[in-house]
Design a protein. Sequence first.
Lengths: 547, 548
Amino acid sequence: MDRRDFARISALLGSGMLLKLNGVPLYAAEKDGFLKDIAMKSLNDRVLILVELHGGNDGLNMVIPIDQYGNYYNLRPNIAIPQTGSRQYIPLDMTQPDNKKVGLHPDMTGAKVMYDNGHLAVIQNVSYANSNGSHFRSRDIWHMGVDYDQYESSGWMGRYLEHYYPGYPTNYPNPTTPDPLAIEIGTGVSLAFHRDEGIPAGLSIQDPNAFYNLINSVGTASPINFPDTHAGEEIEYMMQMEQQANGYAQRLKDVYDAGANSATVYPDLYPFIAPPGALNNPLAPQLKIIARLLAGGIGTKVFLCRIGGFDTHANQVETSNTTMGKHAALMYHISSAMKAFYDDLQNLGLADRVMAMTYSEFGRRATSNSSYGTDHGNAAPMLVFGTCLNPGVYGENPDLANLQNGNIPMQHDYRQVFTSVIKDWFGATDPAITQVKFEDYVENRVDYVQCKALSTTELFKENLWMNCYPNPSSSKTTVEYYLHKGGHVEIDVMDLTGRSVATLVDENTNEGKHSLDFNLSQFQSGTYIFTLKTNSVSITKKVILQK
Amino acid sequence: MASLTPITGTLGVQNAAHLLRRATFGPRLQDIQAFSNLTAAAAFNQLIQPQLPPNLPIDFLTGTDWVSPNVPHPNHGGDTISEFTSGWWMENMRASGPNLTERMVWFYHTHIPLIISRVENKEQFSLDYLRLLRFYALGDYKALAKAICIDNSMLIHLDGNQNVKGNPQENFGREFLELFTVGKGSQVGPTDYTNFTETDVKALTKVLTGWGTDTSYQTIDPITNIPTGKVKGNGTMSSQHDVTNKQFTAAFNNTLIQTTGVLGTNTTVQGVYQELDDLIDMIFNSPHTAKNICRRIYREFVYFDITPEIETDIIGPLAATLEQNNFQITSVLQVLFASEHFYDVDSAPTNDNNIGAIIKSPLDLIIGSIRLFDLDVPDQTTDLENNYTLYSKLINQLDSQGLPFFEPYDVAGYDAYFQVPDFQRYWISSNYLANRYKFAEYLIDGFTNGNSAVLLKLDFVLFVKDNCTNPGDSLSLMQELVSWMIPIQLTPERFNYFKDTILLDNLSANNWTVEWITYINTNDDTNVRVQLENLALAMMQSPEYQLY
């Protein structure tokens, strides 16, 4: 980054925000504390859904290397997906060269449709060097974002959020950032959102209404002073959790109530044979909640879903039919839930904002065992879903004649995949990428994101920033906007049919921060589009009116 | 410098409460009193008094247990019996006296977890697993580790029964090394975890080939008298055991384990047992084994954070003690529970104090509350069905607080006991914490069955009346309640919050005295009940009450 950009960032970020270039601190002149706040935020409204496949997914039966079908079959005849017949694998893309021709498990029809629409990227052979065969250590590595022999007390996502929201949870939630930084659907707290100090950056919820009712019905005043003992540290930790929950419960309920899913039907049961405990779709309800929260206007950028049952040491298929069973059901659940989710998002006008990806702590061995299952393995594919991808197959099919100790060798380091998320999808700056500890993976990151976000610096070159709050609103919303450079500004409000219902601003405006209040109570409840145009660029925000 | 030097003198009330909180599932008030007059050594002797094994659980439709030759009633499916087994286990915890046994059974379960649904169609398996843990609860850890390798439930749970020569199944072997014995060290190479390597996993897996479940329950361990799995074969010769050499790496001193009694490609049943013995000897000769279990003991009974100082001053010496005492687990418990470190007197600064620093598991919270308030439950002998119903509801409560009882999500067990870096803090998410608080409400409202019969209920007014010395004196009342319910000293501000804002409702202390006397004289508890229940809720819904 050149000196001019640094100077600009420094000016924007204000004093008290310490930037370092090659270890040399830069103190920026305070321009406006407000700028510090907005510069720290990711300036786009993009969302990431992480889907954790808990237990180690057998990638070889999810993405089948059909150029080596013979070898594939011979390695695992008692669980192999057939090549012909009504239950054969789904050829994904016959326009690929032979060494990238793959087949999907036959129950992944939804994923195939998405691939044909350009909404799926398959990244093959993802792992890390010296893969660890322990679930717990390997999962920790994927969440920590480190090498096989390193440890962090934070998750990579936690570090990313820490960079853009330092000092959390103090002063959170606030009008600019009223929503949880990250949400984990479920009840626990994944290492993924851990920060180095203090409570994790993520909030776990199962159902926003139930959460609200629960949080509001319990608790007492918190202690003010903590003893200087280990017990005191635990009390402080609990208190912060409590306060975080209290702070967000009302907001989550409001957003959830304001939102609604479209008429899309989410999948429920696996239609074929599998053990009773494997039939219900564990992913669909989680994605459905997320879609509804997004429709309600939530500003949270990262969601984590977790589904389990992948540790298929035995009986991963039905002995009577290798295309059905425990693992097949999971393949169906992922594919059908994702398809429904994106259909729902399309109907809600949200699909362009959302990218989703699956990952697992490791794949499984190429050879099956005599229990119709597979043991812990190494590399495995990741599936990336979104409407603005460079779709396709990344990485060549693993060479099944040259396995590593019976395992699929690594071709992509998992950080090459996650770095594209933070840099290309979220537009993270270099300092952010460094804080996440992914700076070595920028050059060689997997290039699956087509519409790359501008980083904060780049956006500021475009001169614009706007926000509306409260959102959803029951009557009035405050429109705040910042111009890096003065010029003619027009702010227009449209309804969803594209009809203009109001013009708020239409005049030459100075650089700097401005705000105005706009009362929507004369309009019907619904979604309105606020557009700010200046010079040759524009920025839009959707505001929901719920009277 | 952390110190294992024994403390001197009698325990006193605070140390007695601390010891009982840690060593049992919650002290009863009379136990605190009794132990306060004992020295640490005498107290420990009490804690390890051998206990009669509890009566086996009964299926109320048959009137008997389901230990062979008895079976459960056909109307009760495996999942129902699993619920009964879980309920019976929790009732054992609730009913136990001031003794270490129950806590050690739970400890061993968290260390060597079983997921009960995996064995629920063989209802006796999970029961035998619990009986095995109980047999060795205050005994020989090395013998327990060996017995686990051939326990019926383990053979199913970690797929040991599918481990046969020519087709090894590594699941149990890996977890045996990684979780139950040497533990994983830092990864120094592609397949090398310092304390063991992938090669050792493969070798160990071969040693354990050819075992299977015995659903006739006729293979009985002569020491424990509990059924085990058996060597696959014709009873004299094995059929599925791998008799080739098993070469271990430098992590195990390059030990070579060879099968004895080999005939052709099989061996005698005796030979297979001998090989298991050799394996266990080898693993327990590794210094990592003793250290690993001592660290888990430390986390269970002291605090989750093991600093380099703790590692050197506490873990090291405890591991040495354990090895010198042939892995008799009480040898280290004895040292630990008498030590200056355990009672926070080994150093002047308070910031490393451990008293009150463990976050209760949901089990500690629920069972501990029942024991502290000495609550009645439906009688196991005369009201068994309601007894099971109550525990079924309590198991739902545990689940909502983050503990899926007897059904951990991971083969490694429940996150709070192993997941770095936060360990016990895994009990605290916004949902879990709120549900812990909610439990206090449920306890006061009471748990009922389908016919509205009360199964469990806290009558806080009665508790205060029966146990407090002078309930009409708000100061004395508060002091006693705090000393029983809160494991740390409260600041004056915090103490007064509970006393003045909550109990007294910011009215005068005199007002409370009058209300109390009126209650005693008229038997109308309306007014005192409101205030006392508010107080109970406030105290139980505090972060301080979540600790022990």
